[in-house]
Design a protein around this ligand. Sequence first.
Ligand code: IFM
Length: 452
Amino acid sequence: MSDHTLPLSPAHLAAFGPDFVWGVATSAFQIEGASTEDGRGASIWDTFCAQPGKIADGSDGSVACDHYHRLEADLDLIAGLGVDAYRFSVAWPRVQPLGSGDWNPPGLAFYDRLVDGLLARGIRPYLTLNHWDLPEALQQQGGWAARATVDHFVAYARGIARHFAGRVVSIATHNEPWVVAILGNETGIFAPGIQDRAVAMQVAHHLLLSHGKALQALRVDGCAAELGIVLNLAPIHAASEAPEDLAAARLSDGRLLRWFMDPLFRGAYPTDVLEHLGADAPQVLPGDLELICQPMDFLGVNYYSRSVVGAAGLVEAKSLGNPLTDMDWEIYPAGLDELLQRLHRDYPLPAVYITENGAAFADQCHDGRVRDTARVDYLARHLEASANAILAGVPLRGYMVWSLLDNFEWASGYLKRFGIVHVDYATQQRTLKDSALWYRDFLHGQHERSAA
Ligand code: IFM
């Protein structure tokens, strides 16, 4: 038993309801390792990690959590938490090494073992097709900036959906297209490391287009899984009421949230952002926006913090007065409720899932125990905010903790720990942190309440 008490009120606990889906989330590149085994092709993240200075600790994804070789034990670990669902991603270059053409049977077999192992343990598989690890072979042909990549993605999506038909309950096309476009192609701090705003916006458009085309194709194929996309969203607050700060915050909201939500749910890009981009706006062909605006079964929302923006740029989180995580992200649970209610007000939402929420802290493992009180508090307060959103009418249907395991945190390497399970990278020993014990007890309580 964890020795934390539950800070949620009975009304908050009841808000979730018996069908609410509780889960944990990971992604392929961050945990699998085995990056050159069994026919896996290279991804853009393998290439990026190999470039000196790109990853804070000089590390890469070649071993990560060695999940590829520890699958059965990790599945038992997931089952032991009592979750309903496990959100994972398929590494495109593991199943289709060049991103088009031949499939790789050993790669597919790994995900067969994963999906069947989840089902055998009574856990629902939530699959993400693209969690950033684009096959390097496609990057060589222009990556997401090339329109041909859209059709390669659709073929990949169809192959995966057919292969796992009847076994996965949910398929998300992309995880956080803003990150792929902006951090990967405008600021260049993520793979593939390009610094070009026009390229970034073309990438964003092609990601959205590939989402819409894939959804359309999967529906034609009779895919029965719930279909949707996962966005990283946040409230953007203005640094002050001054008109120039308000305008900067509005533009920032346009680039993060409305750039993705408007075409997905309204079939149009926001005009203020298009005007701001000028010549850097993407090339959009007739019919593209209709394709992007497909009906969706769910919207996945990844929430970590808010942003405060002024005319001078992003206000440093440490000046805002709230506690920070180890990423220097402000802890701001009220932003989750605010965000969900705003989405509900502004868009015709399908079912919403919090597909990621969690925090990195500098955890220490002593005598087999990790006392990550701050993470327990973070999770509990965000669950409270989630319950508030449900009580306000938001169609929130599920919540997944990011992340099951400490893992490869992209440009931060292994320096930042997001897991509710501690990983000792030297031994690959897994240790349930207090937050995992707390989540397990919380879920046990929720399941008992539902059964009563
Ligand atoms: O680790 C990432 C994940 O891959 C995508 N969403 C944010 C997480 C924390 O940075």
